[in-house]
Design a protein. Structure first.
Length: 157
């Protein structure tokens, strides 16, 4: 999937799945603490690249697309049964520069099967998630992606 996605970007570096020099070695889950998140740089399952504007990207594939079970998403909310989650695209909008935190400069999107929006921000009600219970609540702030978009590209947290 990564090889297909990079065709739509102008790259300064294409790290593929091998090179670890495409992003920060530490990403923090929380806006307020130093709890480290999963380091995707070393994963052979994550396709990594840097765009000309300096953004670091990571694309991972779920294998088979994840279907809804009985109308429930993996997070318990009711979703469109035709929408399947097929992977994740994560972006650090300022590359390797700090703060490298979910909700500040690091944001995540689901890649879907295209039966609906192709990219869905983490925390989106479109797939049964709700950023209000997570983003800015001293929790894992990975759901802040939807909040920033829904609040007019402002970090009101």
């Amino acid at each position: 999937m990564g090889e297909e996605i990079v065709k739509y970007f102008k790259l300064s570096k294409n790290c593929g799945t091998e090179d670890e020099d495409c992003g920060s070695a530490k990403i923090y889950f929380n806006l307020y603490t130093n709890d480290e998140a999963y380091n995707w740089l070393g994963s052979p399952y994550v396709y990594k690249f840097i765009t000309l504007d300096g953004m670091s990207w990571a694309v991972s594939v779920a294998g088979d697309c994840i279907e809804a079970w009985h109308g429930q998403s993996m997070f318990g909310g009711v979703i469109n049964l035709n929408l399947q989650l097929c992977g994740v695209a994560q972006v650090d909008i300022n590359g390797m520069k700090p703060p490298n935190r979910y909700g500040r400069d690091f944001f995540s999107f689901y890649i879907t099967n295209g039966n609906g929006p192709l990219l869905v921000p983490w925390g989106s009600t479109k797939i049964g998630e709700d950023w209000e219970w997570s983003c800015g609540q001293n929790f894992q702030d990975d759901f802040c992606t939807a909040r920033v978009i829904e609040e007019g590209w402002k970090m009101n947290y």
